[in-house]
Design a protein around this ligand. Sequence first.
Ligand SMILES: [Zn+2]
Length: 414
Amino acid sequence: MISKQAFETVRRKLDELREEMVRFQQAITAIPALAPENGGEGEWDRALFIKDYLKKIGLTDIQQIDAPDPRAKEGKRPNLIARLPGKHSHKTVWIMAHMDVVPEGDRGLWETDPWQVVVKDGKIYGRGTEDNQQGLTSAIFTAKAFLETGISPYFDLGLVLVADEETGSEYGLQYLLKHHPDLFKKEDIIIVPDAGEPTSDMIEVAEKAIVWLKFVTKGKQCHASLPGHGINAFKAASYLMVELDTLYQQFNARNEMFEPPISTFEPTQKEPNVQNVNTIPGEDVFYLDCRLLPEYSVDELLTAIRQICDGIEKRFGVTITFEPVQLLEAAPPTPPDAEVVKRLQRAIQEVYGVTATPRGIGGGTVAAFFRKAGLPVAVWSTLDDMCHQPNEYAVIDYMVNDAKVFAHVALQEA
Ligand SMILES: [Zn+2]
């Protein structure tokens, strides 16, 4: 149930706020928030500007939670929490966006200054305008629309504006979940508008496990004309690589929620070996990128891989070691019928006229931290997927209409 009249009023208000949203995007783009790892000083200046803006639009319940980081300006990585009371306060509809952005990359590929917004053909160009300033702006203006119309959301509306999403979330969401575990409740409705499709119909609820492995195969170097004097590590590793392809048959479960609906095991990086053609390499190093469906455990996979390595060792007389360079167990998926999913589906139907479906992706979003903490979360937004690209842009219509979806979610009654 939703008050049609209340939603219409908020919807109209958001249309009126369109130009102001663009100006807000312009203002924050000019205050880059780059992580120290990326040569920046963190989110401090941008967070202060946003905090001030939240006060100006009339939010009174604003909390700043700083994660200490001596590399950053003021030695702190700021996170902002703002709440707008609803008619009922036993639940909160949270929208989480991140304040940090990635560097511009190769400046030569940009047609305009990445830190000076250019508005053209209904798009806002600039670094960060889509990732994640679009979601951030939609979230803040959802609150503003409620405040200006005097309409209260059904549940409390909460904004979580975090630091450090682009470089691991240690000073952002992970810090909040660790040091303020009472901030979020299991009954809360949590939306992360940081991935999506231009068609608005993808609600991300699950991720595969990510396992990146480095394989080192050791044989014995010798002259290529006398292969019997050594053991060709490259040749053995090539057989290993082919044998690893059988993982596709061993771990062949299908889960249609995911795109692709299977686990994947792909050899990727290859380190150089010898510098000349007539030497048999004594060592070989290559990497495998595995994305494992939640149907399997990472341990099962590692055991199967060890068995394959043992077989190659026996056959060629090499020794093979492998180690993870990244290992992220899949977080338990958000149930496809979770309240956050159902509310989003209703809101997306109303605003965009499309039926959105819960889906899984290859892994690696910040939502996994919520899921590991037992909090059901949905990742959704309307995007052309320009994140981290040169000439990044946000589509103004998406930004305004996504805010209407958030407003609808917050207005839906229990
Ligand atoms: Zn992002």
